[in-house]
Design a protein around this ligand. Structure first.
Ligand code: AHR
Length: 370
């Protein structure tokens, strides 16, 4: 007998959504049973009617037991692809491109139905995407929030719909921690501290600092600025004299650096702290166009560790990059798969990262994966 069964996945069990097939030994077409029917029927009735209809068909028999919650339904998951909605920040940097590739390729490797949406650095697009994932009834929602605040209502909607949420790369600020299952990503405060320590080493603790800040309101911009300041606070001659957002993009990094170099404070700048490599690479261009030697006249510390930064370090134009690992795909889908089965996961998973100085660039460059 050929029976088609559609399931409605809830966090811990699967309910029948519809069932279509011919009753064994008859020419009767059975179709369109819905969860509604099961809700109204008593378990005994449901079992009885399904059993007599299915007459020993293994699919239907298992389905009956699943409806009654008497078996672990993970056996069905093998037949059904896991559906994951992922809302990405955008395509603002080399880091982000590597992150997107890692997520897409890992989903493809695992046979996951990935519904991917690019928010183009706009929070409202991200909220719309999450609402659409809820309407589609995906199994799990994952996203990398553009900014920290403003997501609580939509996360409550996801919770109400019984769809678990996993945060990737960036965090959100919410009053109810049960609105997401896990946050996988870097410790951005630690990255800022590492950058601060490298800046102190490079300048012997005496610098006029220009800071290229990431996207305003984003977790990495807030935390990297915080970590950096915490570390330089003990060094009164480390002074931040200019600070402005370059939105994590190369074009904006260049534009803001041009403005810095035209400002009255320009002559005091001896060190640039860029919250990511892309902005540092844009700033390097601006410095060169202004006749300034990047990496020498102005020392540069940035964050990410993308290939372009290693090339710039090899050329002596960038001094240090603090690694921020974008290759989150494998870890992310390990977490998502566990969450989809109702298994417990840690609330926070921190990625392991290093720091690279100019002297290591030539050796490290061929090994870089992004
Ligand atoms: O959230 C991670 C940050 O976002 C990366 O440092 C930056 O390059 C990206 O745009």
């Amino acid at each position: 007998m050929n029976v088609h069964v559609k399931f409605l996945r809830l966090p811990n069990k699967i309910l029948i959504f519809s069932l279509k097939g011919v009753i064994p030994g008859t020419a009767i077409l059975l179709q369109a049973l819905s969860t509604d029917l099961f809700e109204k029927a008593t378990p005994q009735l449901t079992m009885k009617s399904l059993y007599s209809l299915a007459r020993g068909n293994p699919v239907s028999a298992l389905t009956t037991l699943a409806v009654l919650g008497l078996i672990n339904t993970s056996g069905f998951a093998a037949d059904k692809k896991l559906v994951v909605g992922f809302s990405q920040v955008g395509a603002e940097s080399g880091w982000r491109t590597a992150n997107t590739d890692s997520i897409k390729s890992e989903a493809a490797k695992r046979g996951i139905d990935l519904r991917f949406s690019d928010a183009q650095q706009k929070e409202e697009n991200q909220i719309k995407a999450i609402r659409s994932f809820i309407a589609q009834g995906v199994d799990v929602i994952a996203f990398s929030p553009v900014v920290e605040t403003g997501f609580e209502p939509v996360l409550q909607e996801a919770k109400k719909a019984g769809i678990p949420v996993v945060l990737s790369d960036r965090a959100v600020k919410v009053s109810d921690p049960s609105l997401y299952k896990c946050f996988l990503g870097s410790d951005f405060i630690e990255e800022g501290k590492r950058a601060g320590n490298e800046a102190i080493k490079l300048t012997d603790g005496k610098a006029g600092i220009a800071e290229l800040v990431g996207t305003v309101g984003s977790a990495p911009a807030i935390d990297r600025a915080k970590g950096f300041r915490e570390v330089i606070a003990d060094h009164p001659d480390m002074k931040i004299i200019l600070s402005q957002s370059g939105d994590f993009t190369r074009a904006k990094g260049k534009e803001v650096m041009e403005a810095f170099l035209k400002s009255p404070e320009a002559k005091q700048i001896t060190l640039l702290f860029a919250h990511n490599d892309d902005m540092a690479l844009g700033a390097i261009q601006a410095m060169e166009e202004a006749g300034i030697k990047p990496g020498q006249d102005i020392k540069i510390v940035s964050i990410d560790g993308v290939r372009g930064a290693f090339e710039a370090m090899k050329d002596g134009k960038l001094n240090v990059t603090v690694e921020c690992n974008p290759l989150l795909g494998p870890q992310l889908f390990d977490i998502i798969e566990k969450v989809s089965k109702g298994e417990s996961v840690p609330a926070r998973v921190v990625t392991q990262e290093g720091v690279y100085e100019q002297a290591q660039a030539a050796e490290e460059l061929p090994k870089r994966q992004y």
